[in-house]
Design a protein around this ligand. Structure first.
Ligand code: HEC
Length: 106
């Protein structure tokens, strides 16, 4: 009985996690579209799923970064790429990393 309950809770919380991510990604896209040009990943990167075709940074479809790699790059910046630590919350960075790693590796 206890086991069943905890597995139900587990799958419920996974589902909530997913819903949370989808909301974050949705708001993040709104944000990234309205942010100044420099704030938009799409200006610099190719990612087919996001229909973006920027040529300044590496093609994310080819790079296929995992979530940790995206989190690191977005938080700290790398080379010409600016850090987003001050513009995005930790959860927003996680959400964008989740989305980018998922769509780049599909
Ligand atoms: C001003 C252009 C620019 C913007 C905006 C930008 N990037 Fe980048 N990005 C780059 C460049 C250039 C590199 C390669 C840096 C290097 O290796 O020296 C890079 C590298 C990366 C990498 C690979 C890091 C690694 O470990 O090699 C990832 C992942 C990435 N960017 C994701 C993003 C995401 C997600 C966003 C939006 C939140 C974004 N970038 C916004 C230019 C940009």
């Amino acid at each position: 009985m206890m086991k069943l309950k905890s597995s139900v809770q587990q799958s419920f919380s996974n589902k909530m996690d997913k819903i949370k991510y989808f909301y974050l990604i949705f708001f993040l896209f709104l944000n990234l579209i309205t942010l100044p040009v420099q704030g938009n990943c799409a200006v610099c990167h190719i990612l087919t799923d996001a229909k973006s075709s920027g040529q300044i940074g590496p093609n994310l479809n080819q790079l296929k970064p995992d979530m940790t790699r995206v989190i690191y790059a977005v938080t700290n910046g790398i080379g010409v790429m600016p850090p987003y630590e001050d513009q995005l919350t930790l959860e927003e960075i996680q959400a964008v990393a989740y989305y980018v790693s998922l769509s780049a590796n599909q």
